[in-house]
Design a protein. Structure first.
Length: 80
């Protein structure tokens, strides 16, 4: 499992870009503008669980405005 903040951010960025078929994203990318479709959000949730071992609540994903908000939700999910 990745441990550093940079590794976690890199994986989150990669998973979001893959799910939404983008060349890349950064922390300020608007998650809302990516087109929040239920299947995409569910796939992202599953990918975060698979790649990071983190359960992110669907409500956190649907209310996130930016990729940075997703990162904060991932960190909350990783906190024991």
């Amino acid at each position: 499992m990745p441990r550093s903040e940079q590794q976690i951010a890199s994986i989150v960025h990669e998973r979001i870009a893959d799910v939404f078929d983008l060349d890349g994203v950064n922390d300020s990318t608007s998650f809302v503008d990516l087109g929040l479709r239920s299947e995409g959000v569910l796939r992202l949730q599953a990918d975060l669980r698979e790649f990071l071992g983190t359960d992110v609540h669907l409500s956190d994903l649907f209310t996130a405005e930016t990729v940075a908000d997703i990162l904060r939700a991932v960190h909350r999910g990783r906190t024991p």
